[in-house]
Design a protein. Sequence first.
Length: 193
Amino acid sequence: MTSGQNSGKGAIMKHLSALPALAALLALSACGFFKANTDTIVPVAVLNCPHVEVLQQANTVTAFEPGRSDVAAQLTTAQITGVAGSCQPSDDHTTAKVTFKAGFTATNGPANHGQPVTLPYFVAVTSDNRIIAKALHSITLKFGDNANTANADSPTLTIDVPNDDASATYEVLVGFQMTQAQLDYAAAHPAGN
């Protein structure tokens, strides 16, 4: 046997000598884990909150004077700037309460002359590209003296959804409720172009 190799008996003895230290370490580390007491372990309730987002295909709308779609007839171009909110469980954890606001901004178009604009928007609960529920709202944006832009936040919106595994796949989508002509215009003139 060469000097770099251990004999079978020596290697076994070396490993066996580590066993008491390992046993002591396991015993000490288990003390806190297997503590004998009367405390009740309460499982943490899972909160399944839907995602709240702006629907990109409906985040910008341009409104014109009736029957026209030229720049001189433009009343406003408005955008939903974002959504912010929270999700809280009900007292019994059977539902999740989603509370949020949406932000809006609008430009004062050449045909508007600084008048307030009121625009319809929707809030929809979807799952797997199916609409489960939808509600229509409106937002009024008021232009100050000679202002080119106006900003507003929606009132606080609240949606209750079941707190179950299915609701984890839900999405809450916010977007402008548009006519077919407005949808066509938005498709032909994407925001930022």
